[in-house]
Write a protein that binds this ligand. Structure first.
Ligand SMILES: *Cc1c(COP(=O)(O)O)cnc(C)c1O
Length: 374
């Protein structure tokens, strides 16, 4: 069904391209790139973004779950897709759509080997993830010999890459810990190389790893938030172009007399007459409740209109007493990275969550406007 919501998330594909090349240029020539497009490409829109990045020559896509990869295949994406959090119950689907599982434990490895044998797969590409300090998914370094015993001379699978994930790549106060993670991972790779004697790709860095740890670029880097305009660092973010613009229109304007209350639970009682505008997006759309009661704002005709009273599920009320505006006027929720960072601070979170929280009922649209002519 056609999505006719007036609130729209506009995605700038030229900015995406700029960010991709900016980050890729931070790596040595020949370093591969994996574009992370999990969670609807961080709430933007994975299919169009993946098609665009495929044209730019990205080497791999990364998704969290099988269904995210299936959606890309159904749109015609041919590039290899790594499923970061593959689950044994989805192995048949992975195979059907030629998605490549991350195997992260002896349990997932054994069950994939059993599946591969049963289906008589030949050299099916798989990836092994190691825990080097994040203590999330991954084999522990001590499991290398068990892994080697299981995969040596097994022609059903082909170990395509070995990877790990840095726990605090954006936090330079944790440099010592991170260097230790990199050393540990190097040790694992060395051991696997000497025992398995065949080529596999090695990768460890997310966006902040690309920026802060050139010694952790290895053969491939995994680009997520940076593609979408955020460098986890003010200076880096300035080098990236803004990809996402969230905008809407004024639904209604009303005058509220002194002494009346505004929105749910009467959180705001006016002490003078106020002009209030109703905007069609609410906490169900990712405009989170901490943004209510004057903490957050939208921009109407170039002026900040702060929220009045509580955020509702499908709408917010904003104070436009001093703003010249009318019903039907355009509203900008955010159109630059600084505002998203500001909203993240208000909501006690990070840019990642502000983007991924933008609900799927908000219409996505695409523009290809080079930054310089915006
Ligand atoms: C999400 C994710 C990334 C991307 O991280 P960014 O900080 O967004 O660049 C990279 N690797 C793994 C394993 C991830 O889960």
């Amino acid at each position: 069904m056609e999505n006719n919501h007036v609130t729209q998330l506009e995605i700038n594909l030229s900015a995406l391209k700029h960010n991709y090349h900016y980050l890729k240029n931070k790596t040595q020539q020949g370093t591969k790139t994996l574009a992370v497009v999990k969670a609807f490409a961080y709430g933007l829109e994975a299919e169009t973004i993946a098609l665009e990045l495929e044209k730019e020559g990205v080497d791999y896509f990364g998704v969290a779950y099988a269904d995210e990869g299936i959606r890309l295949r159904k749109k015609g994406i041919k590039t290899p897709i790594l499923v970061l959090h593959a689950q044994p119950s989805n192995y048949a689907l992975l195979h059907q759509y030629h998605l490549e599982p991350n195997l992260y434990s002896l349990h997932t490895l054994r069950s994939f080997l059993a599946f591969a044998q049963q289906e008589n797969l030949r050299e099916y590409p798989v990836h092994f993830k190691f825990n080097s300090g994040l203590n999330r998914l991954g084999f522990d370094p001590e499991e290398v010999s068990d892994i080697v015993a299981l995969v040596t001379n097994n022609s059903h699978i082909r170990l395509t890459s070995v990877f790990s994930h840095i726990a605090a790549s954006e936090d330079l106060n944790e440099k010592e810990f991170t260097e230790n993670q990199i050393d540990k991972f190097n040790g694992i790779v060395r051991q696997l190389r000497s025992e398995l004697k065949h080529h596999f790709v090695v990768h460890m860095s997310n966006t902040s790893g690309v920026i802060n740890y050139p010694n952790a670029h290895f053969d491939m880097v995994r680009l997520g938030i940076g593609l979408y305009g955020f460098g986890n660092d003010e200076e880096e973010t300035q080098q990236l172009e803004n990809v996402a613009v969230l905008k809407s229109v004024v639904s209604q304007i009303r005058t509220v007399k002194a002494g009346e209350s505004i929105s749910y639970n009467r959180a705001l009682i006016t002490n003078k007459e106020e002009k209030i505008a109703v905007i069609p997006l609410g906490h169900a759309d990712g405009f989170s409740r901490p943004m209510g009661c004057g903490n957050g704002y939208v921009t109407i005709n170039g002026q900040k209109a702060y929220t009045a009273g509580n955020v509702c599920m499908d709408m917010i009320l904003v104070n436009v007493t001093n703003i010249d505006c009318q019903e039907g006027d355009p509203v900008v929720i955010f159109d630059n990275q600084q505002t998203v960072e500001e909203f993240a601070t208000i909501c006690n979170t990070i840019s990642y969550e502000i983007l991924t929280a933008i609900s799927q009922r908000i219409k996505r649209s695409f523009v290809k406007t080079p930054h310089s002519v915006l």
